[in-house]
Design a protein around this ligand. Sequence first.
Ligand code: HEC
Ligand code: HEC
Length: 473
Amino acid sequence: MVSLARQSEVRAGWLCLALLVLAGCSDPGGLWGDTAQPDAGVTAPLGRSLPVLCGRQAADRVARLFCGETAPEIAGLEDFAAQLGLRPDDGLLIGHSTALGGHLVSAANPRVLRMPGFELDASLVVIAFTRGQQRVELLALDPTTERMNLYLVEFEQRCNGEAEGCSAGDLFGPAIEEGWLELRIRDDEDLKNTPSDCRRCHGGSAGMPGPVLLMRELEVPWMHWFRERSPLIEDYRQAHLEPHTGVVEAIGGLSPGGVHNPDRMENLVGLLERAGLQGPQPLLFPSAVVGFETGEIDSATGLPSESGPAHVSPTWAGIYDAFRQGQLPAPPFRHERVTHVDGLKRFAESYRAMLAGEIATEALISPREVFPDDPQLRAEIGLEVEPDAGGVEALLQACASCHNARLDPTLSRARFDVDLARVDRSTLARAIERIQLPADDPAVMPPREARQLTAPTRLRLLEFLEQQLAAQP
Ligand code: HEC
Ligand code: HEC
């Protein structure tokens, strides 16, 4: 375990870096991606971090690439995929995600997964990438230990070094997929006590403890995935159609028109289970039932229904309620689209104008504008705490995903638990402090890319925690 002194040292280092980046950032308010959102935790540019990571002697493809004689040179996403043996155009797009970076994902800015086709390779690698975040998530099978290793590779772009910093267009346009500089890599061991802790979601079950490949929908209709006849593809085209050439822009090396059906992912999950490499999926979301109940999915064809959603889904409401009580991770949104028509239209116009060179990259509006303004819908999508949450509810919704009784007790974050009976006075006081930190402080709780408190729910949570503190002996 990293000692506390060491941690605050590292955090202080990050803070300076964060301030540097922020100073030149076009959006210090934090609407944009994560150039200024480094995790507290251990990290270092390639070279310094490698001895530790490489000392673990993993034999997966990512470790082999990074732990060779010379540091790898990776020009961008496509080059990275190729160096990992992934074929061009093999992959899937998701229009809504509960994974890391999900707060940036919609049909207009889909999350990219790159994976092999239908065979199980002993050196399986899967890549996940979301524009707006200067990082790539990887899952790689180690053929020696049969463990799925997780890696986070971070990079910079030229704009990080420029006075104005990175613009929205640099981060959300095609530029982020090329010209990578300053690579860093960390594995799930390095990340275990950071907001990006991979094991929090990818950790296996008690019987099969190793990390697992996750998929939330294993069957038709694959509600949130780009697939044949999905309305999400139309939404994507709205924004990414280059006006002069009529070409639809590819994202993460994938062209949404020719996108594959998610059955390749489902197949991969099945192969891994049958090979005994992982147990049943821990986070399955019954999208077929939910879609039939809302009327959004036609129960006869499994395709989007003509009439659109009409009803509430009792099944979804049940799962969502369990999340509200702090018992289950939040489910994905109950509808296929997480976008609001007007927001999508505004973003699409802005993006097309950028593609056509009619506006500067700095003038692109945030793809987060596509989400609805309605605070209840924003909560159900996973962006924020529910608007009417009281102190206890806000605590459960904003903190339980990372601070619960299931944590490795050696992690410093295990000192805080949403079961406040297990929290000592000084930690409770620290919680009160950290909730009040400025939004761009790397130590703020909840961390920036997690579900956010709104101003009124923050106040209610603080009041509740103050009462608890006063009541403690
Ligand atoms: C908050 C939960 C959560 C955390 C934390 C998380 N993931 Fe994931 N991840 C998911 C989910 C859910 C999926 C399934 C695809 C989706 O819905 O976006 C996924 C998908 C992936 C994929 C694509 C392959 C697959 O399993 O579907 C990779 C690679 C991946 N994550 C790597 C990582 C790495 C590396 C980390 C840590 C740096 C990490 N993830 C942290 C939830 C999480
Ligand atoms: C996305 C995951 C995540 C969420 C959500 C989250 N935290 Fe944390 N928290 C962490 C991590 C990781 C650490 C340990 C590293 C650090 O101290 O920054 C931590 C540390 C803390 C600590 C310091 C513990 C100690 O004694 O060192 C407190 C207090 C805390 N969190 C409170 C909260 C509160 C209150 C919320 C909800 C409003 C919350 N956190 C939400 C990830 C999270």
